[in-house]
Design a binder for this molecule. Sequence first.
Ligand SMILES: O=C(O)CCC(=O)C(=O)O
Ligand SMILES: [Fe+2]
Length: 218
Amino acid sequence: MKASIHESRIQVSCMQQDLFSTPPAGLIKMPMVDAEVHYQADFLDQDTANQLYQNLMVNLAWQQESIQIYGRKVAIPRLQAWYGDKQTTYRYSGLEMHPIPWTKELYSLKQKLEQACDSQFNSVLANWYRNGQDGMGWHADNETELGEQPVIASLTLGYPRDFDFKHRRSAQKIRISLQNGSLLVMAGNTQQHWLHSLPKRSNLVQGRINLTFRKILF
Ligand SMILES: O=C(O)CCC(=O)C(=O)O
Ligand SMILES: [Fe+2]
């Protein structure tokens, strides 16, 4: 009996602290096991989000990357651009992305998000899903250069899209419809226990831009 009380104490003291000791007003913690995910539908007002969407669509250096799948080069179904501090090279699926220096808009968003998330970011991956044919398959943002418990702040601009989580062990699924101007924050052990994806939507003609602010460790 004593031993088990002792054990549970140890467990509690080893449990990971939440990102926020007092969660900022507006951010709602999702009821997910083994994860720390917060969401705010109206982080940016609609006008600001619409203007940013138009601005970034025209002004970011969008590229369609290809990745190797079973030795074949396949174009990924979305456009991407990687911005950030000088040394923040990012590698995934055989791709190596070198950052473009911050634009004024992206830098001021980074500062706003650092304040909202009580975290530091040194880079942002921008994804442009031109329509429902574009999407992103199941993955976790668990590259070693992000560290064990990365804080990832993800902004949505443009037409809402479903965003799915799947628990690695139980296969439990959770869907969030990410709204124009919304903020999704993934922290703690989320990447260790859950995968996420942006499913394609066959008849959707509207576009969405997603900005995922990250901290690359060296
Ligand atoms: O578009 C999204 O919301 C997801 C993007 C994402 O998962 C990623 O860039 O790693
Ligand atoms: Fe991701």
